[in-house]
Ligand binder design. Sequence first.
Ligand code: ATP
Ligand code: MG
Length: 416
Amino acid sequence: MKQSTLITKTRKDISAQEQSINAQLLERAGFISKLMAGVFTYLPLGYRVLTKIENIVRESMDELGAQEMLMPSLQPKEPWVKTGRWDTVDVLYKIKAGDKDLCLGPTHEEVITPLVTHYISSYKDLPKAIYQIQTKFRNEARPKSGLLRGREFRMKDLYSFHATQEDLDTYYDRVKDMYVRMFERCGLGDITYFTYAAGGTFSKYSHEFQTISKHGEDTIFVCKPCKIGINHEIIKELTACPECKSTNLEEQKSIEVGNIFKLSNKFSKPFSLAYRDNKDEEHDVLMGCYGLGTSRLVGAIVEALHDDKGMIWPDTVAPYQIHLLSLAKNDETQEKAHDLYKHLQKHGYEVLYDDRTVRPGQKFADADLIGLPVRLVISDKTIEQNMVEFKQRTEQEAALYTMQELESALAKTLRS
Ligand code: ATP
Ligand code: MG
């Protein structure tokens, strides 16, 4: 992508109103734009990040044998009355449409549970797993944390359906392991903790995935050696690490990036989602639900990976892998830069090519702010020596490479 044709520019004029680091950096760099509190446009650069994250999630869900579909955001009142949640979910957006009451989906148990009654009636129909990646609506009281807390935001929600507790338990553990891998692939593996939390309906706990972050809204207590967290909400009932029993727990601020629950028959009961076993006896279907905030993840990555100059994207989710800066003053250098841009693209790299006619200082500052994993610089001086300057966003030092050295450096640096 030629930066001269990108619809966005970097901005300097927003930091005053935006308190959260992720919103500040993402807005300044032209990844997102705030429409109103908690509601954002994903601009081309930001949308590429979101899409990459959602594709990692999609691949992972498919690997679990779950099937993707898309449910509506606009929902009728009746199923919410049936589960008793019409009046208890305080973040529910309620809409009056003529004489009809509707809501905007904050989650989808009220849609998916009655839906699958059409397809599940026998033990032979189980197990099943269905997911979607979709826009959710919640009227959050204080949406002041940029993408971490939107009123309109993106979530992956997976629902699983089982005949037996054992089958639910086994599947739940497989999903858990897949979550660990997803957060690793998104570059947050080291700082994301499997965390015991309140909210299990028929199991004692639910489990969250919490990413350690100074400005997180949650507080957890972590057992570092076991890589396990305990949400502060339950620290009075769960006072030691459930694995090693240690009480040497460290208090940390964190961001909830995922939450998984065993729902048992909490939703299958009100919607009469049942199956007949091989003796023709009827039982409630057992359910699990597994949420992951894909847009919150964009914000969490920025909160975790940045410095005073800007963002530092892991190559797996960066909008582009390489930022190629042309500082050419003469036509020959400009041509060489253009050739390199074409050459890298031909070899499968995603390149943002800064071909703009702006000061070098501005190009360097923008490259640091946007934070792509590799920065390449071509100038009259590097071309004189037949070299290209190579620098990783995570490193302080740049190096001069021949074309051949460049190719092996790129292959080594960019995994994806
Ligand atoms: P929180 O406690 O942060 O309000 P929650 O427990 O209500 O979140 P869940 O219902 O568990 O959220 O939703 C599943 C996932 O969706 C969360 O783990 C989080 O990653 C994401 N999520 C929830 N609310 C928001 C929001 N307002 N903005 C962005 N992502 C969200
Ligand atoms: Mg939660």
